[in-house]
Each structure stands twice: as structure tokens, then as C-alpha cells.
Design a protein around this ligand. Structure first.
Ligand SMILES: [Zn+2]
Length: 400
């Protein structure tokens, strides 16, 4: 792989710092140099170094979606439908999703649940793709939320075995369905815990014994409380919903903040206009309470579920402006801060020499207009160049 120099009107390197104009040198999948264009060392002007000049554009770290389901493909009842499809169908859905993510400027995702190791199997065979942290098969109870993915366990020994099997298949996280959900049907209530306190604690202990963090799917307050007591590492959804309203527990919010537990609120591009069960004004106020209390929010879209395509992740980010964040702070949240939270902040999320070359270019200045993130003109994932509107043949040419 040869080197590329990318110059742009602005290079946002992370921590709010910008080079105007700036340059990034990508070599062997890594960032070799970043700085003001005027300081670019002469050694890089050798023959064989590709030059990409983007005089109007902004280069910034690639986006990170902390909650996706690559294998779901937007099916109305994905957890039930997936076992009925063949492994090849699922692999094709995953590959199409990975390409869609590159088109959208997303260079890392955390995949929080796929059926029967289809995610691990497909990823090992897919070369040009974003980084994927996978939870493999989520733990649930018999007949519980997403049981169709193959992770129903009803005993401590079963929980420990499933955690060990996921670890053996290369899982990066362990996912436990702490409460029921909205996609499984009547048998699974989002407002109630699925497991006993002892079972959740056993899952967390087993995961931590394997060196893996735990993400707990938890809508209702009882399941959130159980997950916090068990010492999980991240809480997904965290909607504080009850059967007939909401029950945000301020003491519990304080505990989540004090324990450094991540909250991924699964905001998609439609969240801001939501008026139904989870109206945006209520959701927004809950998120503000958590943010003000010092809870570490990580953006994720739950892409893969119905009406939530993987490529719409950038369109979900303006919702965070409603929490009082500036566009620059939202960019920092969706890059450096989420990378740190997912324990890969030493690899990605920042543009600095030695980091993996995960970066994007967008047409204008996203620190003035966050919508610029929705139209990336270039995505570089682990050093591999991907032009959103390019044919595969054209892309081969840029790799020379
Ligand atoms: Zn999910």
C-alpha cells in the first residue's frame, strides 16, 4: 500500500484543535503525519505518494456508531426472521451494511447482537470495511427479547457457557438483554427485567473474567437498576420507561455517573421528530439530566432495526445539539469521546501520527453546520480509500 497525502481547508484532529489549512499523510493503514499544510515535511513529496487536494473540504476522524445490528437488515421482526434466512443471506446483508457505513463516513461500529456468529464469520472474510466491535450472540431468556439469535440461557451455568462461547468466537463485548424489548412481541416486556439479579451479576462476572466489557439492553428503571448493581459497563436505550409513563431515578443517574457506566441512548435520525411512546421533549430532558449529572453518553443509532438504515447515522447527530452541545462538541462526542468510551481511543477517534487512518472528508465546515457530516466525499477506513460515489473499478485505481 502506497502513501497518500490529503490536504484540506481544515483538518480537525480532535480535542477541538484544527489545522487551517491542514494535511494528513496516510501510509500502511496508519496516519504517518498530521499538521498545517505549510509544515508538510519534504520527504512526502517523493514519487509514488498519491496526492488528494480538497481545498474546500474539512477532514476529521471517521464517525463511530456505538450501537448497530449489521445482520438485521431492517426486517420488521429481525430477531425472529433471521433464523429463517440462510447464513448466506445474512452474510450478504452484513456486507451491504458495511458498504453503506463506508458511504456514510462511519469507520467504526459496535455491533450489539447478530444470530449464530454470522457477524464474526462474515467479518473475517470482508476486507474493505469499517472496524467492527462485536457482541456476537446476546444473552437472553427462553422466549425473551431477541431469543431468535440463539442466546437463550436460563441458568448460571448456561450464562457462563454462552459468555465463554462468545469469547471463544472473538467477541469484543458481551451483550445481555436485561429487559424485554419492542421487537419481540407480547411475551417480552421492555418495562421488566428478564433475568434475576444473581443471573445478571453472573453474566458480568463471567464477561469480566474473560476481559470483556458488558453492554446491557435496559429500557425500564428496574432493569437499569439491576444492571447498575451488577456492574455492567454500558446501558443501552436507558429510556426510563414504565408501562404508562416514565420513572427517571435521579439517585440512579448519580450512580451511573459515579461508576463511569456508559449510556448509549440509541438516537436515530427520526428521534427528534418522535411524538409517540418516546416523545423527543421527554427524551431530550432525560438526556440533559444524565449529561448534567456527568453520565458518559455515547452516540449510537440502533441501525438495522426497521426505519433505521446504517447509512443514516450522521443524520442522527444533530439531535445532540438539542442537549446544548455545539456542533464541535457533537463531532468530538461521535469520534474521540466515543472511541475512548469503547476502549479504542488509543487506535481511532483522533488524527495523530501512529493512529489507524480512520478519517473522512466533508464538503464544508461541520463545526458551523453539522449537516455537512451527511454528505461525506471521502472515507478512509484503516488506510483504505473509499469515495462515496465511486464505482469499485474507480476505487481500485485510487489504491495503486
Ligand atoms: Zn439494539
Amino acid at each position: 500500500m502506497s502513501a497518500h497525502i490529503i490536504t484540506a481547508a481544515r483538518v480537525l484532529i480532535g480535542h477541538g484543535a484544527t489545522h487551517t489549512p491542514g494535511a494528513v499523510v496516510v501510509e500502511e493503514g496508519k496516519i504517518a503525519w498530521v499538521g498545517p499544510t505549510s509544515d508538510l515535511p519534504g520527504e512526502w513529496s517523493n514519487l509514488g505518494v498519491g496526492q488528494i487536494d480538497l481545498p474546500e473540504a474539512t477532514v476529521l476522524p471517521g464517525l463511530i456508531d456505538a450501537h448497530v445490528h449489521l445482520a438485521f437488515g431492517g426486517a420488521v421482526h429481525p430477531p425472529a426472521a433471521v433464523p429463517a434466512t440462510t447464513r448466506l443471506d445474512v452474510a450478504n446483508i452484513i456486507r451491504a451494511g458495511l458498504a453503506e457505513l463506508l458511504d456514510a463516513g462511519v469507520t467504526t461500529v459496535r455491533d450489539l447482537g447478530a444470530p449464530h456468529y454470522t457477524d464474526r464469520d462474515t467479518l473475517t472474510r470482508t476486507y474493505n470495511r469499517p472496524r467492527v466491535l462485536t457482541a456476537a450472540i446476546p444473552l437472553t431468556v427462553t422466549g425473551g427479547h431477541c431469543h431468535g439469535l440463539g442466546g437463550a440461557v436460563d441458568s448460571i451455568a448456561g450464562i457462563q457457557d454462552m459468555v465463554a462461547a462468545n469469547a471463544a468466537h472473538g467477541a469484543d463485548w458481551i451483550k445481555i438483554m436485561g429487559s424485554g424489548g419492542f421487537t419481540t412481541g407480547g411475551a417480552s416486556s421492555p418495562y421488566e427485567p428478564q433475568f434475576t439479579d444473581t443471573q445478571v451479576a453472573a453474566a458480568v462476572d463471567a464477561a469480566h473474567d474473560h476481559g470483556l466489557p458488558v453492554a446491557a439492553h435496559a429500557h425500564g428503571t428496574a432493569a437499569i437498576r439491576q444492571a447498575v448493581a451488577a456492574g455492567v459497563d454500558s446501558i443501552e436505550h436507558c429510556t426510563w420507561m414504565t408501562a404508562d409513563g416514565f420513572d427517571l431515578d435521579h439517585g440512579l443517574v448519580r450512580e451511573i455517573a459515579d461508576q463511569g457506566i456508559l449510556v448509549c441512548p440509541t438516537i436515530n435520525y427520526l428521534a427528534r421528530s418522535a411524538t409517540g411512546r418516546l416523545p423527543w421533549p421527554v427524551r431530550r430532558d432525560h438526556l440533559r439530566v444524565m449529561l448534567d449529572a456527568g453520565v458518559r453518553l455515547v452516540p449510537g443509532s440502533d441501525a438495522g432495526i426497521p426505519h433505521t438504515p446504517l447509512g443514516r447515522y450522521p443524520h442522527s447527530l444533530p439531535a445532540y445539539l438539542d442537549l446544548g452541545l455545539s456542533p464541535a462538541e457533537v463531532i468530538d462526542l461521535a469520534t474521540r469521546r466515543v472511541a475512548d468510551a469503547l476502549r479504542i481511543g488509543h487506535l481511532t477517534g483522533t488524527l495523530a501520527a501512529g493512529f489507524t487512518a480512520d478519517l473522512i472528508a466533508v464538503p464544508g465546515d461541520p463545526t458551523r453546520d453539522l449537516d455537512q457530516l451527511t454528505t461525506p466525499i471521502l472515507t478512509v477506513a484503516a488506510g483504505k480509500l473509499h469515495h462515496s460515489d465511486a464505482t469499485p473499478e474507480a476505487e481500485e485505481g485510487t489504491r495503486a
